[in-house]
Write a protein that binds this ligand. Sequence first.
Ligand SMILES: Nc1ncnc2c1ncn2[C@@H]1O[C@H](COP(=O)(O)OP(=O)(O)OP(=O)(O)O)[C@@H](O)[C@H]1O
Length: 639
Amino acid sequence: MASAVEVSEDFHPESLDKEIHNDAHDVYILCDYLPLFPKSKPLFKVTVTTGYMSWEPTTKEKRGSIKAKRHSLKGKRSSSKQSINDDEEYMKMRESILRRGGLFISLDDIVGCDCMKGMESGDCSAYLTVYAYPRRKKIGSRRTVRKRETLTLMFNSCDTYDGNLKEAKKWKKVIVCLLKKIRISDLQDLSNITLPTQKQMFVLINPFGGQGKALQLFQQRVVPILAEACITYEMTITEYAGHAKDMMLSFNIKAWYGILIVSGDGLIHEVINGLMERADWEEAIKTPIGVLPGGSGNALCCAISYQTGEPYLDNHLLHASFTIAKHSLIPMDLIAIDTFQGCRLYSFLSCCWGLMADVDIESEKYRHLGNARFTVGAVVRIMNLRRYRGRISFLPLEDYMPPSERCLQRSQSVVHTVTASGDSGITRSQSTVEPVDAQCLSSNLDGTTPSSDENTFQDVQENSARINGLEKVELNGNDGLNANGSNIEKITDDVIHATGSCVPTPLLVPLDKPVPSDWVTIEGEFVNVAAIYLSHLAKDMIAVSGSKLNDGAIYLNLAQGAISRLKLIQIFTAMQEGKHASSGEAEIIKVKAFRFEPQEKDGIMTCDGERIPYGPIQGQVLHSLVNIMSLKQSAAPQQ
Ligand SMILES: Nc1ncnc2c1ncn2[C@@H]1O[C@H](COP(=O)(O)OP(=O)(O)OP(=O)(O)O)[C@@H](O)[C@H]1O
């Protein structure tokens, strides 16, 4: 990091050309900053370089006039440390500028700048306002949060407004280039630099997301930040469940920079599945996707903030909007999910069966509580605990060591077979396992009607019928419906349409075939079965604190049937801070692929928080398929 350039007070910007010549990576600007005393001498030396902007008093005499400011800086010094990089030289520079009574702001905290005209008649000055969101200590808390700050430079060396505006525009361009990491080797070259034309964002808003305030929040609190960052957009409000997915099927990927989703995880699921169903899915799924918290859970948005060290417990919308304004593209894994009805879904968050799925769907009736609906739902469900019998198979990502306390039977290299005659049985290479329950659906999905498996095949039929039947039951009971009471429609919609692109999934064999021999199978009774791929399930539910967007891993959360209510409450409590870890009765296993085969007739299964037909499903990781708008990932998540 180069040091700031010392220049005299009568400095003229062009004179810097010579000085920056030997240091082609950094640009320095010096201009008048006269917000308090128009038409007086410059108070500050303003420096802009690749890492920061700073304001310093130019003369000793003038220092008294900014005494108050220097005082307030003391508090800011330590609190803003987290938002700037750790480069030693950079820190030294910052400290020295602050010591001299200056202001310092990291370019990482600046979203944009704009030229303006003075309000007063006769003022021929041009103003350049810089919009920044540095982190400041939250009053009464040890946490830091971003606060909007504007810094205004006045240009008044010319007698005409046009002359001053020309100068202001020039420095605006310099700042924009630095923000966009466009190299400027010489200020004379500035006119030769063409800034990339910015394509618009396609903004999708679910008016029923969360507590139904997504549109209002977007207009009041997001639009101003997008404007400061010069991000243009066109807004579309979804009209029905499934609308976003329909739009994605014919979305013109060439016409837009990216898709900005203002909703919860349900709309993100729709967008991803719409893009993946297209014939050109490989290109379409690379369309940058940004998310703003407009739902109840907002798991992806929380996970992004968590990984980048951005606050999300306080004013998440502001921090997520800042992320969009400053974003880089970070790849995210998707999970290809095959359902027993032959549907292919693409999941970015979770596939759940048991407790978590029950809570997600059953807590819909507490939607008015916002994010708290999950806590209330969890307490209600734990008090009325259900257990589900089934078989879980997975391909471990790392060496898998089952906990010795486990009561369940488990076998490495267990193969379930369905013979040509349709007899269901088990062959195993190592440990002893009881025969598979004859009602296991997955062994019979090829449609054969063997004598011993007749029930099983009927189960498949019944399962489909149950979905239709459920429609009435749930509508009558007003249970498990989404914002417009369309949950069942959503299931039906997915069942009918979710075929689409055939992305290769080499780890998966058809659901009616036994899992490959290098998979592990566990059979028994479970309270919770969840394949999770993000750190968060909701704002205060950190299911897997170590999960990254693109770590190629699925985190299988299994709670066996013997688990106590107390233990479950302890787990849910620990999840609020991400301190939940593997224990004997509740394991977290890192896998590449999984299969769930329920043996109970009734239950709830969810994919990304949306209900899917109840029956066998399987999934595998598709590494780094999606481009997500995020900040650069920080070394350690903070909150
Ligand atoms: N205009 C609409 N009318 C009714 N339903 C809609 C509309 N637009 C979207 N939906 C559906 O609303 C459901 C819920 O939306 P979303 O998931 O975005 O919010 P949420 O459930 O509050 O948040 P989260 O999933 O984070 O908890 C989705 O299944 C989506 O398909």
